[in-house]
Ligand binder design. Structure first.
Ligand code: OAD
Ligand code: ZN
Length: 245
């Protein structure tokens, strides 16, 4: 399905556009989503891996899983959806992406203003002294990586179950939602809060709410426009439509 001419006209005069993305925008790059048929949570029980207690109990196991995911993510590339979003950023005075993804693909595609609600798997830090540790260092070690400064455990900079979202990223995301003329929810099942509240915050503040997803979600009935399809197909069409006079 393509964007309506009404949406394209609205975008032509929009000043502030904000986007929320989820695992679906990276699906076409080969990153599995969380809840689909081959979803990550079908293969691994999140409570065993993605929480701090599990990490303290068995850092070896948690690191095996994250090193594997880091290597997979390093190998894949941004897809036409990520690239179209980076293009869109150049067309509006105020444009931002809030992502629930940790794969760093928006930045790798060239997007500049990206708020990462769930962290970034390509960053790591020491749980004791908070020093940042490069991905190369982490991937070089076969064992559990340790801090060179204080000997503390290094962890990936991702938000685990039971942890708070980074407050500065959240505040930026919320401000973007409040000020958007048009708000897009793309490739997310929109069920994990507080991220899922952002499209609703935007709509309540007056934004025209657009959803792009091959399937309907809990958000669909509240969206002003639902574009059924893959982000890698729909987003380039929108960029194309905006660029042709
Ligand atoms: P989900 O796996 O819950 O949802 C992925 C969504 O993407 C579904 O609605 C799919 O229909 C849609 N989708 C699949 N392929 C697509 C494509 N090519 N184009 C567009 N959409 C597509 O993933 P999220 O909503 O991102 O949190 O999950 C949210 C959070 O749940 C994750 O960030 C993670 C997890 O717990 C943490 O790790 C903290
Ligand atoms: Zn340290």
């Amino acid at each position: 399905m393509a964007a309506s001419s009404r949406l394209i006209a609205m975008l032509r005069s929009a000043r502030a556009v904000a986007v929320l993305t989820g695992a679906g925008v990276s699906a076409e790059s080969g990153v599995p989503t969380f809840r689909g048929e081959n979803g990550l949570w079908r293969k691994f029980r999140p409570e065993e891996l993605a929480n701090f207690e599990a990490f303290i109990r068995n850092p070896q196991l948690v690191w095996e899983w994250y090193k594997e995911r880091k290597r997979v993510i390093q190998r894949i590339q941004p897809n036409p959806g990520h690239i179209a979003l980076a293009e869109l950023e150049k067309l509006f005075p105020d444009f931002s992406i809030t992502t629930q993804n940790i794969d760093n693909l928006h930045r790798r595609a060239g997007s500049k203003k990206v708020f990462e609600l769930h962290g970034n798997i390509e960053r790591n830090y020491c749980v004791q002294c908070r020093a940042d540790v490069s991905n190369e260092k982490v991937l070089q070690t076969d064992d559990v990586p340790r801090c060179e400064k204080c000997g503390g455990l290094i962890r990936p900079d991702v938000v685990w179950f039971g942890e708070l979202l980074p407050s500065d990223e959240w505040e930026s995301a919320e401000t973007a939602a409040r000020h958007a003329d048009v708000y897009f929810s793309i490739g997310t099942s929109a069920i994990v809060y507080p991220a899922a509240s952002l499209p609703l915050i935007a709509k309540r503040a007056g934004a025209f709410l657009v959803e792009i997803n091959p399937e309907e979600t809990a958000l669909t009935p509240g969206a002003d426009e639902f574009i059924e399809g893959n982000s890698g197909a729909v987003l380039p069409q929108i960029v194309e439509a905006l660029k042709t006079k």
